[in-house]
Design a protein around this ligand. Sequence first.
Ligand code: NAP
Length: 239
Amino acid sequence: MSEQTIALVTGANKGIGYEIAAGLGALGTTVGIGARDPRRGEEAAAKLRADGVDAFFVPLDVTDDESVASAAALVEERFGRLDVLVNNAGIAGEWPTAPSAATPAVLGKVLDTNVIGVVRVTNAMVPLLRRSARPRIVNQSSHLSSLTLQTSPEVDFGDVDGVYMPSKTFLNAVTVQYAKELTGIKINACCPGYVATDFNGFQGHETPADGAKIAVRLATLDDDGPTGGLFDNAGTVPW
Ligand code: NAP
């Protein structure tokens, strides 16, 4: 019998993260529900368990060093390793913020979650991922991150934003560098589409379950799958 797969999804108490956890759970994966609020996290894990998913709550605020260290300790104590890390937690800041209106406070808050938070969690989990036979990391990016799309005359994202969009571009850059360093661990970034969640006042036109599909696919890549790329459901997205 093959070994149980252990995953951790950050920001999994709602939205796309919850559906990534559900999608991985439906494949038989044991899923840590990373959430910064204990009540929201416990409720999400309980709901997933009621649906047959082997889910457990992991207290995890990606902006807090101690919280991240405790989450790694919890996973280590319980399983001794981690197979899949999905860095999904993210914030929009005061979307949209024109570059000339971006304050260090707003920029710092968004970067601390969307970029530094990913680095904080990843670095805490890499020693556990190194103990996996098939380690995978997925970073939740966005089509809005793509400099190619941002500068294409064919593409109109509507808003000008100097905070959230650059934070996801930065995340892409970090993903590429991790892929170069962490040989043996597949690490990719993904674009969920425009998904109806709290994030955008439920304006998105895709369901969270559809938005979760690409992350689930990248989290379960075969050994001959890609690393260091940006993908959506249709395939490769240009940086
Ligand atoms: P969401 O429903 O607002 O969910 C965001 C999740 O991140 C929540 O669980 C939230 O927890 C969590 N989170 C925020 N800050 C956190 C922190 N410091 N520590 C731990 N968890 C934190 O939004 P979503 O649409 O599902 O977004 C998920 C990811 O997809 C984000 O990275 C976002 O940038 C990306 N994305 C979304 C869209 C879209 O159209 N929705 C498009 C492209 C990319 P709380 O419940 O405690 O706030």
